[in-house]
Write a protein of this length. Structure first.
Length: 495
């Protein structure tokens, strides 16, 4: 049976043809297809997330579900954490069952179906079905898209860096436009039209990608470590048992909406501990490799703390934008979700600046430990800056919040791309994918924790929240900077 989207007369392209293709701004044409599906996936992802929280806690009269704010922020945090937990599942499907390309393709379908569920299924049922599908699908896309871009280039191809720059530009274009358009649709025609627009965006990406899949190299269909067919029944039984267990826990009120973020946080932490234990206890790694894995532990902690603050953009900062921010511009009130398009603008502008800075500094640039420490501390300072904003309902200036989000972006550029790169540098030869999974698990833990922390935010008495949350992040960053030398010794030459 032919795989959907692949011509029966023209399967995937020969690798040499792809590697020497220059039809997309000097890059392989396949990059355009991956650029498109990732751009539209990010458009739909951030577009939906831009209006999700206010949909949950707005009253029915305003088109929302009327869920208490604290519970709503917990749901958003749990959903975000589940996205990053799902990257582990997406990577497993690619490595053991169907390969990276098919995993990305079917995951994109899950994303679109999830947005459709949010658009057409009413009330909490639509939220439950929609968020689970989008989370699982986004995890599958995120886990495999970057690997597929890498497959377009031979080792040593000088176009690789430029190709990835184009790819990440697509990500940020989607992240910029999504909240703008879905937020406008929500303001004009209601939440379900906004969710529907996210589905339309993902459908556009899927249509483009379906016709372009054949241009990808045949190696993207390869399953690196196929699961033996005799083990299929065992894994199917495990999946069924897990689903039945989840249903049972929901029925007996162990899994409830107000506990979701805590549950996802504990799952993320447990998964990280298991992965760490598997790697460090392996007899197949050297003493130096084991030390490097231990060096990643404080970086994991700092990353989790950083993301627990950074991801407040979709929880506390959304509530702040709704209730505390003056969004009036010349008599017109800007949609709440538009605030979430500020960060992508900064990323588009500053990512090139940071790349040029690190290139110019070369060996003189700060080490990864210093970048992590600074990124975490700056994130804490960003929360302290909220204390300088005027008090009162919808009185905080938009420019003030834009300045705070600039600190968010600088902190992100110091930690996020560095963390992904560092996880590959510190990885033992036999555990490369698992080390990258650890970095994603730190994001999952931090994102789930952002939902937990947001439940303590009170717009009428916000000083304690911003003070203490910011203090913890600054302290973690400073401690990491003070531990620079011992951590770098464990890294054994990796910077």
């Amino acid at each position: 049976m032919n795989d959907p989207g692949i011509s029966p007369t023209g399967p995937h392209a020969d690798a040499d043809q792809v590697h020497h293709d220059h039809r997309f701004f000097g890059q392989p044409l396949s990059l355009a297809h991956l650029f498109g599906v990732e751009m539209w996936e990010r458009f739909s992802f951030y577009g939906m997330q831009g209006i999700l929280l206010i949909y949950l806690y707005y009253s029915a009269a305003d088109g929302g579900l009327g869920i208490p704010e604290g519970v709503a922020t917990g749901i958003v945090g749990a959903y975000g954490g589940l996205v990053y937990l799902s990257t582990v599942i997406g990577a497993w499907f690619a490595d053991r069952l169907i390969g990276a390309e098919r995993t990305l393709y079917y995951s994109a379908w899950l994303v679109m179906l999830g947005h459709i569920a949010l658009a057409v299924i009413p009330d909490v049922l639509g939220v439950g079905i929609g968020l689970v599908l989008v989370a699982l699908g986004s995890g599958g896309v995120k886990a495999n898209a970057t690997a597929l871009v890498g497959s377009l280039y031979e080792r040593g191809d000088q176009r690789r860096e430029a190709g990835f720059s184009l790819f990440y530009m697509g990500i940020n274009i989607g992240a910029l436009l999504g909240p703008l358009l879905t937020g406008f649709a929500q303001e004009e025609w209601g939440f379900h039209v906004g969710f529907g627009l996210a589905a339309v965006g993902m459908a556009a990406g899927l249509i483009q990608y379906t016709f372009g899949r054949r241009d990808l190299p045949a190696e993207t269909q390869h399953v690196p470590n196929p699961l033996p067919r005799r083990q299929y029944p065992l894994y199917a039984l495990i999946v069924v048992a897990a689903l039945l267990g989840i249903v049972a826990l929901v029925v007996v009120d162990v899994i409830t909406a107000d506990r979701l973020s805590a549950i996802v946080a504990w799952l993320s932490l447990a998964a990280a501990v298991v992965v760490f234990a598997i790697i460090v206890s392996s007899g197949k790694i050297s003493v130096v490799e084991r030390q490097r894995v231990w060096a990643f532990v404080p970086m994991f902690v700092a990353s989790a703390v950083f993301w627990s603050l950074y991801q407040q953009q979709f929880t506390v900062v959304t509530v702040y934008s709704d209730q505390r921010l003056d969004r009036t511009i010349g008599g017109w009130e800007m949609p709440v979700s538009w605030v979430q398009s500020i960060n992508p603008v900064y990323i588009i502008v500053l990512s090139g600046v940071f790349a040029a800075l690190w290139t110019k500094l070369g060996d003189r640039q700060p080490s990864a430990v210093v970048k992590f420490g600074l990124g975490t501390a700056i994130m804490g300072v960003a929360f302290w800056l909220f204390l300088l904003m005027p008090e009162g309902e919808n009185t905080a200036p938009l420019l003030g919040l834009a300045a705070i989000l600039l600190f968010f972006t600088v902190a992100e550029l110091l930690l996020s791309p560095v963390g992904l790169s560092l996880s590959t540098k510190l990885a033992p030869e036999r555990f490369g994918a698992q080390m990258v999974a650890l970095f994603y698990l730190s994001i999952a833990l931090g994102t789930a924790m952002s939902g937990e922390l947001a439940q303590y935010y009170d717009p009428d008495d916000e000083a304690p929240f911003f003070t203490w949350v910011g203090l913890v992040a600054v302290m973690v960053g400073v401690v990491l900077l003070l531990c620079k030398r011992p951590v770098e010794r464990l890294m054994n030459g990796v910077r």
